[in-house]
Design a protein around this ligand. Structure first.
Ligand code: ATP
Length: 511
């Protein structure tokens, strides 16, 4: 798909989210607040379903993972200990002509992606030219154009990595200059120097009359887990290796918040910190890396829509890190991070608090500060990925079109639409009877307005996997029509069997 087409598709998805009550701009009657969004009636259902599925997969299915819900506000020393006060920065750069602000690292990454896209184009062209005889591996190794671009990308990547590691802001600026990156708004290369910008939101706790204290809105949920390590260990009878899971809001004053809900200043994370014996972190890192990719695959994403990306520079606390990326319409981007966080956080908190954050290992007969492997996935980004993957504008055989949201049935905001064929002859009463039974198990939607075709289309656009229609025959034979969103096939089944059939179709255990 061309860049323009993917851009149009993304705009369509954003409009769809608003039109069908998934996502609204925040405080819209006041013209909205930049990069802040509210979830509407169907958005909250989908978001809750993703969250619950994650919770079940991590906590319910793992005897050795327990959950917590820590407060957003935390003692300010937490953020000093974790390193966020001193090192939670992004490098920013301004264009002097447009006055627009950018993340310097993102500008460079995007420039490198553009180069990578050139290689993809060369491959596509050659594939067309050579047809079945095309040997992609050989082509990538030998084609002079590809080799030239590859050399350039590799050189830039090495330079960029070194600059990030050395925290060399002048060099980062120089890379932007050397790559001849222009501001997308002004089209000029009139850049300021690169500066570091701390991403934490600060606020005051307590009234002015009291001793007021600067506190931060948490930029990650993880620290709420670390500071509760002892409490959880002492109350849950867990033995290492074990994990603590949490879902909650996090706040980052992102330099550039954009791409709809992909990058916002307020968002939700689903995190799990897995505490392991020192020396076993590599094994568990590999384990969770694989397990988490498998989890994403259960959300119905295509094989080609997901990939791993190793970090160029690991964070100050990590000894290994990888992202699981999803192919959004604007390119492959991070959806989840898996980090081997060493014993950095617990050690820092032990030093800062003076409390021993150790585990006595009865098998080894010794105490140690556990190592930690973290899995951290964005709830909103997973939501967006599902929307992007599921949204389809289909041309039907009869020439008509339909918009369908092919969400996995177990995550769909509404599971079943229940319709009387017409609004008379006792059909609404019969349909309501069915609705009143199913509603105890599932989010259902009763609808008697408009033609049956229009009602089906509306549920297709919401991602409702099944619709049930009550017609005149139902009153005689106690059978209803059940229609499948994806195949649009209709089947008649008896009302008695309905509950069993629907339960089976939307069961999360089928993943
Ligand atoms: P990025 O490189 O995109 O800024 P990150 O590497 O800083 O992300 P992590 O600190 O690893 O992100 O956070 C874990 C997850 O939280 C990310 O994979 C992402 O899904 C989510 N996340 C992080 N920042 C945001 C944001 N500003 N808006 C929405 N989700 C976010």
């Amino acid at each position: 798909m061309s860049k323009e087409n993917t851009q149009n598709l993304f705009q369509e998805i954003i409009s769809h989210c608003k039109e069908y009550g998934f996502i609204f701009p925040s405080s819209e009657i006041y013209d909205g607040l930049s990069a802040v969004y509210d979830y509407g009636p169907y958005g909250i259902e989908l978001k809750n379903n993703i969250q619950q599925y994650w919770w079940k997969s991590m906590v319910q299915l793992h005897e050795n993972i327990v959950g917590i819900d820590a407060a957003i506000f935390m003692h300010p020393k937490t953020w000093k200990a974790s390193g966020h006060v001193d090192a939670f920065n992004d490098p920013l750069i301004d264009n002097k002509d447009s006055k627009k602000r950018y993340r310097a690292d993102v500008l460079i990454e995007e420039a490198m992606q553009k180069q990578e896209a050139k290689i993809e184009k060369e491959v596509e062209k050659a594939q067309k030219r050579f047809g079945d005889t095309f040997d992609k591996e050989m082509f990538l190794k030998t084609n002079p154009n590809v080799l030239r671009v590859r050399e350039k990308v590799d050189a830039t990547e090495a330079r960029f990595k070194a600059a990030l590691e050395a925290n060399d802001l002048a060099e980062i600026k120089q890379i932007i200059v050397d790559l001849e990156i222009v501001c997308p708004v002004s089209g000029t290369r009139n850049w300021t120097d690169v500066r570091q910008f701390n991403l934490m939101f600060a606020t005051e706790m307590g009234s002015l009359a009291e001793d007021s204290n600067t506190i931060y809105l948490r930029p990650e949920t993880a620290q709420g887990i670390f500071v509760n390590f002892l409490n959880v260990m002492n109350t849950s009878r867990q033995r290492i290796p074990f994990g603590i899971a949490q879902v909650g809001k996090a706040f980052r004053n992102e330099i550039v918040a954009r791409q709809f809900i992909f990058r916002t200043r307020e968002f939700e994370q689903m995190e799990m910190q897995f505490f392991v014996r020192p020396g076993e972190q590599k094994k568990w890192y590999e384990y969770w890396k694989e397990a988490r990719l498998k989890w994403h695959r259960t959300l119905g994403f295509k094989e080609t829509e997901l990939k791993y990306k190793d970090h160029l520079k690991t964070a100050h606390y990590a000894d290994a890190a990888v992202d699981i990326e999803f192919e959004f319409p604007f390119g492959f981007k991070e959806m989840e991070g898996i980090h081997s966080r060493t014993n950095y956080d617990l050690t820092q908190h032990q030093n800062m608090s003076g409390k021993k954050l150790q585990y006595f290992d009865p098998e080894l007969n010794e105490s140690y500060i556990p190592y930690v492997v973290e899995t951290s996935v964005g709830l909103n980004r997973t939501f967006l990925a599902l929307m992007c993957s599921g949204y389809k504008n289909e041309k039907l055989e009869d020439g008509s079109e339909r918009v369908v949201l092919a969400l996995p049935a177990f995550l769909a905001p509404v599971k079943i639409g229940v319709f009387p064929l017409v609004k008379k002859d006792g059909l609404p009463e019969k349909a309501r009877e069915i609705f009143d039974v199913l509603k105890f198990d599932h989010q259902c939607f009763y609808d008697e307005k408009d033609s049956i075709g229009k009602r089906y289309r509306r549920q297709d656009a919401l991602g409702t996997p099944f619709c049930i229609t009550v017609d005149h025959d139902t009153l005689v034979d106690n059978m209803v029509t059940i229609r499948d969103r994806d195949t649009m096939l209709q089947e008649r089944i008896s009302i008695e069997k309905l509950k069993e059939v629907v339960n089976a179709k939307v069961d999360w255990r089928r993943r």
